[in-house]
Design a protein around this ligand. Structure first.
Ligand code: AHG
Ligand code: MN
Ligand code: MN
Ligand code: MN
Length: 325
């Protein structure tokens, strides 16, 4: 079980309790997802969220469930969520919690109403020493290298929780009959190469030339390379596309484009936690001009281009982008 697997860096039990709180929230969201079509949980809230997206009922419910679990737990003093414009301080006066948690409560919103895999992504930081007792939104603006843990949940054909504390990556499958996450994927390593690429090809006309050439190269046959042409898989839930590629080998790309110079994915809720996990599993995560984990955030809802997955496939992508190939 989770408590036994994680190896908390200097935690005194607080960190274990934090992970347990996250696992409890994930089980509650899992329960809601499984019956969403029966209890009026499909569809929109009618609000536009801070990302300028139509908020779904499950986006909001998942946000509320995670905030509730973290508030009750008492280990966290600041929360940032994709679904909330401002950072949310907890226990603000005495600031007992020493962690900051940033999360995408429900990833893959467009798939909620059509029974396709969705997920949750989370990222955990320590409160910087000089912020203890005076936590503000700036306390959350730390670069990805400073994460102490990161993880995700896929509510898929089964529900899996995958996370790292900087000491490898482990996956835990929810056994619904006992309501516990059990270790099912110990020490996950991603293959050096795979045959899968994941990108929204509908945006082709807005890509830069290096990216167009890279995608064309993956589509070409090569008598010296039996793996090519590669195969496209794109679910539209980053968490599910990422998990498949992590296990099978592949590259996921959400590039900058002419409409969105920083792409679509959010640095703090999506890119950083997945970058930490993929590096811990032997993979790579790049913006196109450097590692994602080295990006200094300017604001809570910053976006970044993402090239993530098997290390030699990300290397290929960077070589095409830079014009080296
Ligand atoms: P979210 O549902 O949390 O807003 O995230 C959606 C993201 C990500 O999950 C997915 O890979 C990507 O948006 C899909 O975007 P496109 O529809 O533009 O391809
Ligand atoms: Mn969204
Ligand atoms: Mn998302
Ligand atoms: Mn989301």
């Amino acid at each position: 079980m989770i408590e036994r697997e994680q190896d908390a860096p200097g935690s005194k039990g607080q960190f274990s309790r934090l992970l347990r709180d996250i696992a409890v929230a994930a089980k509650i969201v899992d329960r809601d997802v499984r019956k969403a079509g029966l209890v009026d949980l499909f569809g929109e809230t009618g609000e536009i969220n801070v990302q300028d997206e139509e908020q779904k009922k499950l986006d909001l419910l998942a946000h509320e469930e995670f905030v509730r679990a973290l508030r009750r737990g008492g280990e966290v003093c600041l929360i940032g969520s994709e679904e909330h414009a401002e950072a949310i301080p907890l226990l603000f006066d005495d600031c007992q919690g020493k962690y900051v948690v940033l999360f995408d409560p429900l990833d893959g919103s467009s798939n909620i109403d059509v029974n396709v895999s969705i997920g949750t992504i989370f990222s955990i930081y320590r409160v910087p020493d000089d912020h203890v007792g005076r936590v503000t939104m700036e306390s959350a603006l730390q670069c990805g290298r400073k994460q102490v843990a990161a993880g995700y949940v896929v509510y898929g054909s089964s529900t899996i929780l995958v996370y790292t504390t900087g000491n490898g990556v482990n996956g835990f499958t929810l056994d619904p009959s006992i309501g516990e996450f059990l270790l099912s994927h110990a020490n996950i390593r991603t293959p050096n190469r795979g045959r899968i690429y994941s990108i929204n090809e509908g945006n082709y006309n807005s890509w830069d030339d290096g990216l167009k050439r890279y995608i064309k190269w993956m589509q070409q046959e090569d008598p010296d390379d039996p793996d090519r042409p590669y195969t496209t898989r794109y679910i539209g839930s980053f968490v599910a596309d990422f998990h498949r590629n992590l296990m099978k080998g592949g590259v996921y790309i959400y590039p900058s484009n002419t409409r969105d110079p920083n792409g679509k994915l959010r640095l703090m809720y999506e890119a950083n936690p997945m970058a930490f996990i993929v590096e811990q599993a032997g993979g790579r995560a790049e913006t196109g001009s450097g590692p994602i984990l080295d990006v200094e955030p300017q604001a809570l809802h910053d976006r970044t281009p993402v090239y993530i997955g098997s290390p030699s496939m990300v290397e290929d992508a960077i070589a095409f982008l830079s014009g080296e190939r």
